[in-house]
Design a protein around this ligand. Structure first.
Ligand code: ATP
Ligand code: MG
Length: 562
């Protein structure tokens, strides 16, 4: 795999300096620490590419660590999905997968140590009271009446918390830091809460669970992480991250924050994505419209395209909204090189070629990929009755319409010139069939007398094509930034009602009948398509449109240029 990061960014500079000064013995150990409370999305891909990319580049190592400290929201299904997604993106975490839950015993021991040192205490305030006592950005907090319990009492209570003697929410363990700190995270943060709930890995062993801030830095330290790379929202947590490690006097990783990825026309928060799933706005986490890696994989995006996208957006500290057209551009660019061209008619209109013999079939050579000669060619059957796209015929063509209409000649890709001589309408007045003649001297699609036509149409032979379902997708949200909700609105109010169009009666060239799950093609003139992994059956592929052929991104870039 080629290098993922662009030549330089501020994180890389820090690492290069640390290597030069031999800060961690020249070692680089990073980690990707998802909480298994949802599927990974394209934002996580940024974090994965940065963490695994840096480790690879500096001959280090990147741990995949599940931050599984909250059994109420976490599930094994999410653990499995995350493992599959990281692998699919193309990264290798070595022999072992790490879990914060493996450190519960060690964290407990360290908590005891802090209690003994007078740096942690058991507090009986309710969650609401803790919030009230915490103060605000402009007001200092108030000390808990339980703050000055003796070490003995704290030890006793904390041990009994672990044993399960107290109900949920009745007690917590807090760090004793500074209720008047300018940084709210340092106002005696909660380290443990009581949750009488089974955990997907530790089952009923524990009924107290560590909070993120208490678990995360210590997990990093245990694993010898040198650079703990996270998103900007943890910047204010860094003093707490450092405080715990300093009090315990253990190995001290360096936390570095970068700007999270925001993508236009979608949402990248697991909480919101979970709502889309639970409230049935989509068919599941892997719905091809979802910004999840599972959704993108099912849609037909390639890991190469996603990695290139992440490389192009770069790593910085300033948040921005990245246009989804850039991601689509990367997908198109990748598929253009490797997808086989085929012909498929999505909205069919029957064409009878009057002067073509009824029982004749010709096999015409079609190029598989003009970008790559090594992909060769195939033979496509041609016969008297074919389908073309409904849109490619107009009864009364407007000025800019160059395709088929009465009396006009066009080229059938790889076949012949045809000329429309008549058409028929159904009882609703819609065009139901058109009649053409073909010029036998134009075989291959070129006229020996040099006469030109203005349009080339794709087509399939009616008796050879097979009928299939094709699904077209558009952006999931109509609003560029659905997180930016107007008053009284919810992000779901901006869902695009036309984000999916299901076409049941498409006609596809026969070679596609054998297409396998995950195979990708360019349907000429229509876009890139992929065999759906969930709903296809053997010999009955269903196709998802990955992207159209039109490149919005190039257009946007051009507009941006002076
Ligand atoms: P969210 O709150 O958006 O659902 P999260 O931060 O709770 O995401 P985690 O499972 O904790 O999800 O994320 C694992 C790692 O991925 C963290 O280091 C987090 O900073 C990073 N990450 C999450 N979202 C993004 C994003 N949009 N861009 C870049 N990194 C992200
Ligand atoms: Mg998180």
């Amino acid at each position: 795999m080629k290098e993922v990061l662009s030549p330089n960014n501020f994180i890389k500079d820090i690492i290069i300096d640390d290597i030069k000064s031999n800060k961690y013995g020249g070692k680089v150990i990073t980690r990707f620490p998802p909480e298994p409370n949802g599927y990974l999305h394209i934002g996580h891909a940024k974090s994965i590419c940065i963490n695994f990319g840096l480790a690879k580049e500096f001959n280090g190592k990147c741990n995949l660590r599940f931050d599984d400290t909250n059994p109420s929201k976490e599930e094994q299904e999410y653990v499995d999905a995350i493992i599959e997604d990281v692998k699919w993106l193309g990264f290798d975490w070595g022999e072992k997968i790490y879990y914060a839950s493996d450190y519960f015993e060690q964290l407990y021991e360290w908590a005891i140590q802090l209690i003994k040192d007078g740096k942690a205490y058991v507090c009986d305030l309710s969650p609401e009271e803790i919030k009230q006592y915490r103060g605000t950005l402009t007001e200092p907090g108030k000390e808990s009446p339980y703050r000055n319990r003796s070490v003995e009492e704290n030890l006793d209570l904390f041990q009994r918390m672990r044993k399960g003697e107290f109900p949920d929410g009745s007690k917590v363990l807090r760090a004793k830091i500074d209720m008047s700190s300018g940084n709210i995270n340092l106002r005696d943060p909660v380290m443990y809460r009581i949750k009488h709930e089974a955990h997907q890995r530790t089952a009923n062993k524990w009924c107290i669970y560590p909070m993120y801030d208490w678990a995360h830095g210590q997990s990093d330290s245990i694993e010898g992480i040198t650079h703990s790379i996270c998103t900007m929202e943890y910047e204010d947590h860094r003093p707490l991250y450092d405080w715990f490690i300093e009090q315990l006097n253990i190995f001290h990783p360096r936390q570095i924050e970068f700007a999270r990825l925001n993508l236009s026309h979608t949402v990248l928060s697991k909480r919101k994505l979970l709502r889309l799933v639970q409230e049935n706005y989509v068919s599941g986490w892997d719905d091809p419209r979802m910004p999840t890696l599972a959704g993108m994989r099912r849609r037909g995006y390639t890991p190469e395209a996603i990695r290139e996208f992440i490389e192009r957006i770069g790593v910085g500290k300033k948040e921005s909204l990245v246009d989804i057209a850039l991601l689509e551009y990367c997908v198109r660019k990748d598929l253009n090189k490797r997808a086989k061209r085929v012909m498929a008619v999505l909205k069919p209109l029957k064409v009878v070629i009057l002067n073509y013999p009824e029982d004749k079939v010709e096999y015409l050579e079609a190029i598989n990929n003009p970008e790559d000669e090594s992909m060769g060619s195939r033979l496509v059957p041609f016969s008297r009755v074919i389908y073309i796209e409904k849109d490619d015929f107009m009864e009364e063509p407007h000025k800019k319409f160059y395709r088929l209409s009465l009396g006009r000649e066009v080229r059938l890709r790889y076949a012949y010139y045809i000329k429309c001589v008549d058409f028929k309408k159904d009882k609703d007045g819609d065009i139901s069939e058109i009649y053409c003649t073909y010029d036998p001297s134009t075989k291959g699609g070129w006229a020996p007398d040099g006469r030109q036509v203005k349009a080339t149409l794709h087509w399939v032979s009616a008796s050879h094509a097979f009928e299939a379902e094709v699904r077209l997708y558009d952006h999931l949200f109509t609003k560029e930034n659905p997180d930016d909700t107007e008053e009284g609105k919810d992000f779901t109010d901006y869902i695009n009602p036309n984000s999916i169009e299901i076409l049941k009666n498409c006609y596809l060239e026969p070679s596609l009948q054998d297409a396998k799950v995950g195979d990708r093609f360019q349907f000429e003139r229509l876009g890139y398509f992929c065999v759906d992994s969930k709903d296809s059956k053997p010999q009955k592929p269903i196709f998802n449109r990955i992207v159209t052929l039109k490149d919005e991104w190039k257009k946007i870039q051009k507009i941006g240029q002076p």
